[in-house]
Design a protein around this ligand. Structure first.
Ligand code: SF4
Ligand code: ZN
Length: 344
């Protein structure tokens, strides 16, 4: 006998919610998913009426669902937000060029303005060129640092008030685990925050994560049943082994106990930092003006390393050398040598 939806009791259930275990029909699942996102937005006071909000859009499932749900909720609850899509083109042939085609279709489907900023125009380097120089070991460090800043720069060009990103509960839990394993207290505190007010190390423009409590499995189900148009291929340069292990570990935990994802997030939220622990002080980069806790922001150091043919400059701690870079002084042969021979 077919199972009835445990919410409306009328229709046939088509899925078991990974988050709650309830058997639901399609419409009741859509409603539950959207209402929970609305609750997250309202209780976290993520937006104010009249704001212009850029949705960080990659063409992947998370940001596609985010764009769709934001549009639905903005209309259903009259948030009064001016929504637009903001994409970053990292310059990865065979990956980002295809996923940007998806974003362009989403722009038509959801009737939202779209802005694309590229690494090439902002930094003079594509990820394809960076990988040629640095190889496949630290490429994601470059990519992550550049992306954060690129989103901000795009948002500033568009004069938006906020950026929202498609980070889901699994992403946040993974990041909590990674920061615990690395002992990175400053990031641990930041990564669980549902919104940052700009200048807090997460970017210059305020950011928020409306899907912070949405399970990845539910996002996939939502996209599937809504037949949303998204791109699901992995990046061709995706070695990120460390995150991969954290992800696999979390999936194992989830298989035994589905609430593990939420438990890890709550643990991260409730950890307090003992007194006397030095937290980085935010200032601004003396070269580009971007927020930074050092004289030079990470992006400028990475870029300087690429342009000087010393890509390791930005990997590891070489703060000592920042003064020289700022003063445009050449490095000594010993310093150059160290950056060349240092193991990546
Ligand atoms: Fe960039 Fe690495 Fe992500 Fe690829 S996997 S898009 S290189 S951060
Ligand atoms: Zn800078």
């Amino acid at each position: 006998m077919p199972v009835r939806c445990s919410s409306c009791a009328r229709s046939r259930a088509v899925l078991k919610r990974p988050k709650t275990g309830h058997s639901l029909c399609r419409d009741c699942f859509f409603w539950a998913f959207e209402e929970e996102t609305h609750q997250t937005i309202v209780s976290g006071r993520l937006f104010n009426r009249g704001e212009t909000v850029a949705i960080g859009a990659s063409g992947g499932k998370d940001s596609t669902v985010l764009a769709y749900v934001m549009k639905v909720l903005n209309e259903r609850y009259d948030y009064g937000l001016n929504l637009l899509l903001l994409s970053v083109d990292e310059g990865i042939t065979g990956y980002r060029d295809d996923s940007l085609e998806t974003v362009k279709r989403n722009q038509q489907q959801y009737d939202l303005p779209l802005k694309i900023v590229s690494y090439e125009e902002l930094y003079g380097w594509t990820m394809d060129a960076i990988v040629k120089q640095v190889g496949l070991k630290n490429n994601c460090t470059f990519c992550g640092v550049f992306r954060r800043q690129a989103l901000d720069r795009g948002a500033i060009m568009l004069n938006v008030d906020k950026i929202c990103t498609g980070h889901n509960a699994d992403d946040v839990a993974e990041t909590v685990l990674m920061n615990v394993l690395r002992g990175d207290v400053a990031r641990l505190r930041r990564c669980t925050a549902i919104s940052t007010d700009g200048g807090g190390g997460d970017g210059a423009v305020p950011r928020c994560k409306p899907l912070k409590y949405a399970y990845e499995k539910e996002i996939v189900l939502y996209a599937y049943f809504k037949k949303l148009d998204y791109f699901s291929t992995e990046c061709v340069y995706s070695p990120n082994a460390y995150r991969g292990h954290a992800r696999a570990f979390l999936k194992d935990l989830e298989a035994i106990r589905p609430s593990s994802i939420m438990d890890v997030i709550h643990s991260g939220e409730n950890l307090s930092v003992k007194e006397g622990v030095k937290m980085p002080v935010q200032g601004t980069c003396s070269r580009c003006g971007y927020i930074s806790s050092q004289a030079l922001c990470k992006s400028c150091v990475l870029l300087e390393g690429l342009n000087r043919g010393l890509p390791k400059l930005g990997i590891g701690k070489h703060h000592r050398l920042h003064g020289k870079i700022l003063a445009q002084q050449p490095l000594t042969p010993a310093e150059e040598n160290k950056l060349k021979t240092l193991e990546f």
